[in-house]
Design a protein around this ligand. Sequence first.
Ligand code: THU
Length: 130
Amino acid sequence: MKNFTEQELVLSSQAVLAHSYSPYSKFKVGAALETARFIYVGTNIENRSFGLTVCAERVAVFSAVANRDRKFRRMALSSATKDFITPCGACLQVLSEFCEDLPILLVNCDGKIKKTTLKKLYPSPFVLKK
Ligand code: THU
């Protein structure tokens, strides 16, 4: 178990902005997902076949899951814009697969932080009931 600081999480999401592969939208997004063991980063990865683009949040989630590290604690999401961005619907659904709720720190280009949660952004996720 390791406790990361809010600053470490925020800095990780800002640092990975530089790795964004976004030649089409030119819109950089950085995500940092804290678990009990690690901070997994993700950035948006676009493709010339536009529909294959993957958001920063999902890259971070899939990296954590690929490492069998599924106890999510917090996520920081950085943009290179003044406006705060929120995770898209697809990413919220993916996050909801692994946690009921999650504190999410939205970070703008000035390093300002707005705090929200998965539950607030996505109160009624799809649940598979047979
Ligand atoms: N994008 C993300 O990475 N996360 C979001 O929550 C919304 C959008 C990316 C996808 C695409 O590369 C670019 O931002 C513009 O839509």
